[in-house]
Write a protein that binds this ligand. Structure first.
Ligand code: UDP
Ligand code: MG
Length: 321
C-alpha cells in the first residue's frame, strides 16, 4: 500500500569502534532527518566497542533527547546482529540502515525515504562509484550473482547496507531466529515490491574496515547456509552419480569378461572394484540424507538469542507500533 508522506522513519546505525566517525556521522544524520519534516528516531547500536564510541553515543543521546537512542550490546556480535538489535528497537514505519563509517553519505536517506513513499517493501542502493579494494569488489560480485540466483530477486548490490525497509518486512525478519543472518538477503525473501536507487560511495571517513579476511569468509558462509541447503543436497547428488558409475562399470566388466574370459578380469578383482564403487556411492547418499536432516534440525535449533542488550539510552519520540 502506498504510504502517506509523513510515515515515521527509524534510522539504524551499527557502531563498532567508530569514535573518529561518530561526531560527524551524528551531526550529518541529524541534519538530514530534521529536514525530512516527519517523526524520526536515530538508533545507534553499539556492537561492543572498545574505544570511546560508547561514551560519545551516551553523551549525544543526552544532548538530543527524543531524537537519538543508544542500544548497547554487551559484546561484539557482528554487524548484522547489531542491526537486528536495532530492528527490535525501531518503531518507524520506514526503517533505514546505514553504516557508521560515512562511506555512504547520510544525505542519501532523503532519496531512500522518497522511494519508500511510493509503496516499496525494500529499497536497496547501488554504490557508484564503488570505493573499495579489488578484493572486496570481487567478493561482492560473487555474492551478488549467487544471491540473485538463489533468492530469485535480482539486486545489484547486496553488500551495500544503506537500505530502507517497510515495517512489515522488519516484523517478518524479527521472527527469524537463526543466528547467521545476512539482512539484505533475508529482507528480500519477504519483500514483494523492491526498488534500487544509485547512491554515492566514498572512502571510509576514518578508521579501518572492521572486516578482516576471516570475518568476510564467515560472512559468505552465513550467506550461503542461511539461504540454502544446496551444499548438503550436492552430497546426495554426488552419491547418486558415483553409484550410477559403479553400476555402469559392473555391467561393462561383465560384458568384457564374457568377451575376453575370466583371466582378463583378474579373477574377479575388477568386479570387486565395481561393487565397491556402488557401496561408496551408497554411503554418500546416506550421508547426504543425514545431512538433509541435520540441516533441518539446525534450522530449528538455532532459536537462541543472537545478541544481548546491556542497556538502552534515550527514549523514542515515535509512538509504539
Ligand atoms: N560493524 C559492527 N560490528 C562488527 C563489524 C562492523 O557493528 O563486528 C559496523 C561498523 O561499525 C560499520 C558497519 O558495521 O558501521 C560496516 O563496517 P565496515 O565499514 O568496517 O565494513 P566495510 O565497509 O568494510 O564493508
Ligand atoms: Mg565501510
Amino acid at each position: 500500500m502506498p504510504l502517506n508522506t509523513s510515515a515515521p522513519v527509524s534510522i539504524i546505525i551499527p557502531v563498532f569502534n567508530e569514535e573518529d566517525n561518530l561526531p560527524e556521522l551524528m551531526r550529518r544524520t541529524l541534519a538530514v532527518c530534521r529536514a525530512l519534516i516527519r517523526p524520526f528516531e536515530i538508533i545507534l547500536v553499539d556492537d561492543g566497542s572498545r574505544d570511546a564510541s560508547r561514551d560519545l553515543i551516551t553523551k549525544a543521546v543526552e544532548a538530543n533527547p527524543g531524537e537519538l537512542i543508544g542500544v548497547f550490546l554487551n559484546r561484539n556480535y557482528g554487524q548484522h546482529a547489531a542491526v537486528m538489535a536495532g530492528f527490535a528497537q525501531a518503531r518507524g514505519e520506514i526503517v533505514v540502515t546505514l553504516d557508521a563509517d560515512l562511506q555512504n553519505p547520510p544525505e542519501e536517506i532523503t532519496a531512500l525515504v522518497k522511494k519508500m513513499d511510493e509503496g516499496m517493501d525494500v529499497v536497496g542502493s547501488i554504490r557508484v562509484p564503488r570505493r573499495d579494494s579489488i578484493f572486496r569488489r570481487f567478493s561482492s560480485f560473487l555474492v551478488n550473482k549467487m544471491t540473485a540466483h538463489v533468492t530469485g530477486v535480482v539486486m545489484h548490490d547486496y553488500g551495500c547496507m544503506l537500505r530502507a525497509y517497510h515495517r512489515q518486512v522488519i516484523q517478518a525478519m524479527l521472527q527469524c531466529h537463526e543466528r547467521s543472518t545476512f539482512i539484505p538477503v533475508l529482507a528480500n525473501s519477504f519483500a514483494r515490491r523492491t526498488a534500487e536507487i544509485e547512491v554515492r560511495h566514498a572512502e571510509r571517513h576514518a578508521g579501518q574496515s572492521k572486516y578482516s579476511l576471516w570475518k568476510l569468509i564467515n560472512l559468505q558462509f552465513d550467506l550461503l547456509t542461511s539461504i540454502t541447503t544446496l551444499p548438503l543436497r550436492l552430497l546426495t547428488i554426488a552419491g547418486v552419480m558415483i553409484s550410477i558409475m559403479g553400476v555402469g562399470l559392473g555391467v561393462l566388466i561383465l560384458i568384457l569378461r564374457f568377451i575376453w574370459g575370466p583371466e582378463w578380469a583378474a579373477k574377479g578383482v575388477f568386479t570387486l572394484f565395481a561393487i565397491l564403487f556402488i557401496f561408496v556411492g551408497g554411503q554418500f547418499i546416506a550421508m547426504g540424507f543425514l545431512g538433509e536432516y541435520i540441516g533441518r534440525m539446525y534450522q530449528d535449533v538455532r532459536g537462541r538469542p543472537r545478541y544481548f542488550i546491556e542497556t538502552v539510552a534515550g527514549k523514542s519520540a515515535l509512538e509504539p507500533t
